[in-house]
Design a protein around this ligand. Structure first.
Ligand code: FES
Length: 157
């Protein structure tokens, strides 16, 4: 990660130790996860023990210590979605992106995750990308759905 960005974030909070959580949140917002070297930099500049930074980062589930993609592709594997073909949709998403569930593409564009029912069962099989619900998705629609995020310009028109 560009350490100048980390420095700028720390600077924004005047190196104030009480803003440690906010600093980590801003880094995560920038990178979609907390790189170890960024946490080391925070500890060094803010003069707090690294163990404090890392325990804060592991305590809050909203932080990720693993690289995460710009777009989170969440496939619902709840019962209703499952019986309507969610496993096949998941397989197709994995094939299209060349990664398995739980992994992130090497260009840090996509991460695949699964969830068990989000209460929109009528839309099954359901894929949620970022905040967008893609309901009643068939395997043949997966490629086009992902392309919208790969090439955002195709979303227009
Ligand atoms: S099972 Fe998928 S939304 Fe309920």
């Amino acid at each position: 990660m560009d350490m100048q960005k980390v420095d700028a974030i720390i600077e924004k909070y005047n190196k104030d130790e009480t803003a440690l959580l906010a600093v980590l949140q801003d880094i995560q917002a920038e990178k979609n996860y907390l790189p170890r070297e960024a946490m080391e930099r925070v500890a060094e500049i803010m003069e707090v023990p690294f163990s404090r930074v890392s325990s804060l980062a592991t305590f809050f589930s909203s932080f990720s210590l693993e690289p995460r993609g710009e777009h989170i592709v969440t496939i619902c594997m709840g019962t209703a979605c499952h019986v309507r073909g969610a496993p096949l949709v998941l397989k197709e998403v994995e094939r299209e992106l060349g990664i398995a569930n739980g992994e992130t593409t090497s260009d840090l564009k996509f991460t695949i995750e699964t969830v068990n029912c989000v209460g929109a069962c009528a839309l099954g099989p359901l894929v949620i990308i970022d905040e967008n619900y893609h309901g009643n998705i068939s395997t043949s629609e997966v490629e086009e759905m992902l392309e919208q995020y790969q090439n955002p310009s195709k979303q227009e028109g």
